[in-house]
Design a binder for this molecule. Sequence first.
Ligand code: CTP
Length: 405
Amino acid sequence: MDLAGKHIVLGLSGGVACYKAAELTRALAKAGATVQVVMTEAAAQFITPVTMQALSGRPVHTSQWDARIANNMAHIDLTRDADAIVIAPCSTDFLFKLAHGACDDLLSTLCVARPAHVPLLVAPAMNVEMWLNPATQRNVAQVRADGIQMLGPDAGEQACGETGMGRMLEPEHLLADIIASFQPKTLAGKHVLVTAGPTFEPIDPVRGITNLSSGKMGYAVARAAYEAGAEVTLVSGPTALDTPFGVQRINVQTAEQMHDVVMSRVAAHDVFIAVAAVADWRVRNRASQKIKKTDEQRTPALEFDENVDILAAVAALEKKPYCVGFAAESENLVSYGEAKRRKKNIPLLVGNIGHQTFGQDQNELVLFDDNGHTPLPPGDKQTLARQLIGEIAQRMARGWLNAYP
Ligand code: CTP
């Protein structure tokens, strides 16, 4: 679970988006966090503390003068064991309070009283004009400068009927950003290009050749790179997966399309991670109309051309990014893995142990580099992807270009 052992203080200020905080509370709890809800008086006009208490499984705090806390120090007691404080929704007025260090209710006071190491994340929710107002924008700039992390807002339809910037991010997006906030920013400022999923090579307009790749590992790698602070572009073959939040996704179908998209964008990237299961061949005599069975010909005679090796093409560029390949072998992983790494001339190759990984959530990986091979402890694909990103960042920091001219 992504937030196992984390204690989150979830603060609600007044706004229609308080209903989304209910869902966020469930999502945080499902991800393994304990959630302590604190509400302003205005928030309690939009959603009841009873609802929030039922969802969080803990008494909700609304007042600085709560007799339940013996020493009347709720603003201190509630923050000392917090791993993060999240304000969702954060109203225009609450943003003003944060920007000015106001302490006129429990929630604003505990934000000011939080220990310096406890991150504060705020999810603004307000009408578009309120968001665009210069006074609000001044407050946004101030809270950013104070090291408070802004989650959103988003643009779109608003509860008031107007459209524009100021919508609170959806709960699942907030959850993803909260999880990301706990990950080390090992790739901050880097641009990462990832390929994922299978490719699909058409035979005719309704048929084609593809493989069992679900895209899960590649998507997990893209998400982990985003969590590590990178700007991530994901070039994806056909999958049923949602795009990880914060990642730019470009859909392709064939290996040729994947190659063209990668080659047109790779120059702007520091890292290239080829996780896609790219089809090795495409059908040369692809039919423009659906192939029919006739009495003369019951089975089509397919001919193939070899697809370009995208990873090898990137690794052969004069100005290349740090290249990482993946390999799924059904036998002799160690010798095949090392040979594949050398053939493609890349500093790091990731071997999947066994070929049963397709579509699964668990995986086992072995890293091949100049120092030999190192297995990572088996785990779920997201955890492994985070470890892999850490390993990539370490290797890049050590320097690699000289060995791969
Ligand atoms: N790859 C690629 N373009 C291709 C084929 C593979 O970018 N046309 C990348 C994959 O994304 C993966 C790595 O190369 O990172 C290894 O792919 P794999 O198919 O296992 O290697 P091959 O060299 O094709 O070897 P083989 O199929 O013989 O095992």
